[in-house]
Design a protein around this ligand. Structure first.
Ligand code: MN
Length: 317
């Protein structure tokens, strides 16, 4: 991996570091932040971590230090490091604080990164976790069991458990090295990919009952009303993964989950298999996203939202 060598001096010169991860934090930004804090402490430096989020999912509790966000011990910082953020906006309310710190580093793997730091280390690879491993390998700071677990969380989650197209030979090689530190792989994978509350499984039951095929079986839509979330005691941001049941059906090109988030307002999650650009479909409703995963919000009754989505999807098939 080619790393901007300016980062090595910047890390060696740092004493008190503020680490920033992105809004709506995922396991790459959280795992990378915790790993970086531990790496820096091994080098005799001190670090606090900041994240613009009200609370962090307990699914990430297996990562050491993940409970230490927004609990600063230091008073002043000489160095700020943003992780997994393609632009300053991703830091949310902490963007202002980042810009007030003297030395500003930006470490990220998104090709859209706008190099908002003073020292930018942007590498097109699986995850920010993979970059961190290579930076510290280059300066000969070894991981330990806890760092390895945090970096594993970062890489495993951004590659969708080694299933997305960013799963490279290099990413596997890094994980191969991390596994030497004998962290609890079962525990990490359970928390990252399998753990559900009973309510979430009951919600899945409802969603599957509400699943229907349209357009010659090329479109699958499932819906959840706000009463369904209440009955199962699940908040409406905890339905992740359900839409995959739609798109995984054979012959289905577009899978959609619509969830009522307010009376007559539906959050729409769209997944594809590669033949339909889902971001163009959600774009018709003012949403966005990627080719195979996109989202938008649509006003209306459940039936009218479904009908709008059927009509829109027909144009792409
Ligand atoms: Mn990432």
């Amino acid at each position: 991996m080619k790393i901007n060598s300016k980062i090595f001096d910047a890390l060696h010169n740092a004493k008190n570091v503020a680490i920033f991860c992105h809004i709506r934090p995922d396991a790459d930004s959280l795992g990378s932040s915790c790993a970086l804090k531990m790496y820096l402490e091994k080098m005799g430096k001190a670090a606090d971590m900041y994240c613009d989020a009200d609370d962090i999912s307990i699914n990430y509790n297996f990562i050491k230090n993940v409970n230490k966000f927004n609990n600063p011990i230091l008073r002043e910082y000489d160095t700020a490091i943003a992780l997994d953020c393609a632009d300053l906006g991703r830091l949310g309310k902490y963007g202002v604080m980042y810009n007030q710190i003297e030395n500003r580093i930006n470490i990220d793997h998104h090709i859209t990164n706008d190099n908002f730091g003073m020292v930018n280390c942007v590498v097109n690879c699986s995850s920010t976790g993979e970059i961190l491993y290579n930076i510290f390998k280059a300066i000969k700071v070894k991981p330990d069991r806890e760092i390895a677990m945090a970096l594993y969380a970062a890489i495993a989650s951004d590659t969708g458990c080694f299933q997305h197209s960013n799963t490279t030979s290099d990413a596997h090689k890094v994980v191969g090295q991390l596994l030497r530190y004998k962290f609890d792989l079962n525990k990490a994978n359970y928390f990252l990919f399998k753990r559900r509350s009973y309510g979430q499984v009951m919600l899945m039951q409802t969603a599957l009952k509400n699943l229907k095929l349209y357009l010659d079986g090329k479109l699958a839509i499932m819906f959840l009303k706000s009463t369904n979330f209440k009955e199962c005691n699940v908040s409406n941001n905890e339905s992740f993964g359900l839409v995959d049941y739609c798109v995984n059906i054979e012959k289905v090109e577009v899978g959609i989950l619509i969830s009522e988030i307010k009376p007559n307002l539906y959050a729409v999650s769209v997944r594809g298999k590669g033949n339909v650009d889902c971001s163009k479909l959600t774009g018709m409703f003012g949403g966005g996203g990627h080719a195979n995963a996109a989202g938008c919000n649509i006003f209306g009754t459940c039936n009218s939202v479904i009908n709008k989505l059927i009509r829109a999807t027909r144009k792409f098939l």
